[in-house]
Design a protein around this ligand. Structure first.
Ligand code: DP6
Length: 361
C-alpha cells in the first residue's frame, strides 16, 4: 500500500453532526523506535506490547460548517480547556488534512482524559493521538459506509503515525510491528500491523507493572530525542542492530524462548539509554532509583529463577515485564521491595491489551 491509498474518497453522504468516543491504549516497545526521517518514517522497525489499563478516552463532537483552509477545534483535557496542547494537535491536523479533507468541513470539540495520572511520566502521545484518530475514522466511516474494519485500522495507524510515531502501534494488539522489515510479512513504514505470526502461550496476557520513579515533565521531548540520532556516531549500527533484534524477537515470540526474550528486551532498553548517553548534547534519563530497581529485579530473578525483566522508555520509569504465571509472586515483590523506590510509592499494574475500542454513550 502507499500513501495514495489513504486519500479520502467522498461518497456524497451528508453528516450534519456526530459525537463519537474512543478509548485507545498506550504501548510499550520491546524493540525501540529511536530515530526517524520526514514525514515520520522510522529509521528501523519496532515492536510493542499494546497495554490495557493505561489508555486515553477521547470524545469528538463534529458539527458541519462551511469549508475552511485549516482545521478548527477546541480542546478540553480532563474537563478543562487546554490551549497549550493545541499546537501539537493543530500540526497533526495539518499533516493529515490531505488524507482527511472532511476535517476542514467540521468544527470539532475534543474532550480527552487519561486513565493514568497526568505528569506520571507515562507517554500519552501514543494513546492521545490514536484516540483522536479513531474518532476521525469513525466520522469517515459515516461518510463512506463501504470502508472495511481492516482498512479503517490501517488508515487509523497511518494517520496516528503522523501525530506520533509510537501512536501507530496503539490501534491494535496484543503485539504490533511498525516499520518495514523483510522478515515480517506485510510490515510497512507507513503504519503498524498486528504481529502476523502465532504467539507462544507464554507471552499471552503478559504483565507490565509501570514503576513511577519520576513523574516530572520529560527531560528530553521525543522530537529532540529522535533528532539526536541525526549526527550520532553509532546511529547506523543501532538501526542495523534494531532490525536484527526484530528478526530475533519474532522467532522468540513464536518459540517461547523466554530467557532469550529477557536478554533481548533488557538490552534494547539499555541501548536506547546508551544512545542518549552517547549523543551530543548528552542526557542521563535514568535516576538513581531506576538503577536500584534494575539491580533488585536482577537479584530477584537470580534468587527465584524467575522470568521477570525490565524495559525503559525515554525516561526514568521502569516497566517490569513478567509472564502471567508469575503474577501473584511478582506483585508481592513489587509491593514489598520496589514500591519504595517510586515517587509516593506509586506504580500501575497493567497487562497486554487488544487496542482501540469505541465507547458507546
Ligand atoms: C522511546 O513516538 O514519542 O518510546 O514520533 O516524535 O512522537 P514521535 O516520538 P515517540 O517516540 C517513542 C520513543 C520510545 C520508543 C518506542 O516507543 O518505540
Amino acid at each position: 500500500m502507499n500513501t495514495s491509498d489513504f486519500l479520502f474518497l467522498s461518497q456524497d453522504k451528508k453528516v450534519d453532526s456526530l459525537t463519537v468516543t474512543w478509548q485507545t491504549p498506550s504501548n510499550i516497545a520491546l524493540v525501540k523506535y529511536w530515530g526517524k526521517s520526514e514525514p515520520q518514517i522510522p529509521k528501523n522497525a519496532s515492536i510493542s506490547f499494546t497495554l490495557n489499563n493505561c489508555h486515553t478516552t477521547t470524545k469528538i463532537e463534529f458539527t458541519k460548517t462551511l469549508p475552511k483552509n485549516k482545521a478548527e477545534f477546541e480542546l478540553f483535557f480532563e474537563g478543562k480547556k487546554k490551549d497549550d496542547f493545541k499546537p501539537k494537535i493543530a500540526k497533526f491536523f495539518e499533516r493529515i488534512q490531505k488524507y482527511c479533507t472532511y476535517i476542514l468541513e467540521y468544527n470539532m470539540v475534543i474532550s480527552s482524559e487519561n486513565s493514568f495520572p497526568h505528569s506520571s511520566g507515562i507517554a500519552s502521545s501514543a494513546s492521545g493521538m490514536s484516540a483522536i484518530t479513531m474518532c476521525l475514522m469513525n466520522l469517515e466511516k459515516e461518510l463512506n459506509p463501504n470502508l472495511t474494519d481492516k482498512y479503517i485500522n490501517k488508515k487509523a495507524s497511518f494517520l496516528a503515525r503522523l501525530g506520533s510515531g509510537s501512536a501507530s502501534r496503539s490501534i491494535e494488539g496484543p503485539l504490533v510491528v511498525w516499520g518495514s522489515h523483510p522478515k515480517i510479512k506485510g510490515s510497512s513504514d507507513l503504519f503498524g500491523i498486528k504481529f502476523p505470526y502465532k504467539i507462544h502461550p507464554v507471552f499471552e496476557n503478559y504483565q507490565d507493572a509501570i514503576l513511577l520513579v519520576d513523574k516530572g515533565e520529560k527531560q528530553v521531548s521525543s522530537t529532540v530525542g529522535h533528532n539526536l540520532m541525526h549526527d550520532h556516531p553509532y546511529a547506523e549500527n543501532r538501526f542495523t542492530q534494531a532490525n536484527e533484534n526484530l528478526e530475533k524477537i519474532s522467532k522468540i515470540l513464536q518459540n517461547g524462548d523466554i530467557k532469550t526474550f529477557i536478554n533481548l528486551v533488557e538490552s534494547e532498553a539499555l541501548t536506547l539509554h546508551a544512545m542518549m548517553l552517547t549523543s551530543n548534547p548528552y542526557f542521563i534519563l535514568m535516576k538513581p532509583n531506576t538503577l536500584e530497581i534494575i539491580n533488585k529485579i536482577w537479584e530477584y530473578r537470580r534468587e527465584n529463577d524467575s522470568n521477570i525483566c525490565f524495559t525503559l522508555d525515554a525516561g526514568a520509569n521502569v516497566h517490569v515485564l513478567y509472564p502471567n504465571s508469575e503474577k501473584t509472586e511478582v506483585e508481592v515483590f513489587i509491593k514489598n521491595d520496589l514500591a519504595a523506590y517510586c515517587q509516593k510509592n506509586h506504580y500501575i499494574c497493567d497487562s497486554v491489551g487488544f487496542g482501540a475500542r469505541p465507547i458507546l454513550t
